[in-house]
Write a protein that binds this ligand. Sequence first.
Ligand SMILES: [Zn+2]
Ligand SMILES: [Zn+2]
Length: 255
Amino acid sequence: MGLTQMHIKELLDESRAHACDGVGPDHVCVKIAAIAELPSRFGQFHIVAFYNNHDDKEHVAIVRGDVTNAENVPVRVHSECLTGDVIGSLRCDCRDQLESALRMIGKMDQGILLYMRQEGRGIGLINKIRAYGLQEHGYDTVEANLALGFRDDERDYSVAAHMLESLKIKSIRLITNNPKKIEELKKNGVFVTGRIPHIMQPNQYNRFYLETKANKSGHLMDFSGKFRLPEQADHPVVKGMDDEQVEWVQEHYQD
Ligand SMILES: [Zn+2]
Ligand SMILES: [Zn+2]
């Protein structure tokens, strides 16, 4: 069962009246702007759209089940990647990570995917494409990574943390392979009771992660020899990897 009409009304009413000092040093405050059903190929969800006072981005939560006042809710935080999520780019693994998370949550009684509109680690689409272009013109992965920039994690998590608060989530279990993410959410006041490993299903596109061990260069490369930029703050772990391969990826795929 999804969010009840009563809870939807309650969330909208409370958000309308909401005022707070804000989360984090930037005093981020968010409000729920709209809620609707979202049937999808991954299951039945509600989509919750948020307004915030910090950036001009329209962040959303994809919600499974009636999560208001719930504890230990499985939560995945995903950062927008237009080229990966929408176009199916093979320069990164964002779409694999997104689909895999939605599929996982779609099978659960309760769960949330926060879809954060911070393209290219928050530096925007243009700079991300610029970094791709640099790689094609001989820049190495480090230089291209510098051009891609580094995401201000605290800022991300303050918005995400307030979104969970607005949804009246009491505690969460974060779906991630990256313990740093848990720390960032905790710093922003989220009660994290546990971690659910994010294990992706193997498919023809993420198959190369299974083969990274054969690649001794220390970088993740695709079959045509192009580097892949780690856009999601998470390590890709694909079902079928042995312990040694998982360890290898975690060692070599740092943020
Ligand atoms: Zn607030
Ligand atoms: Zn991507």
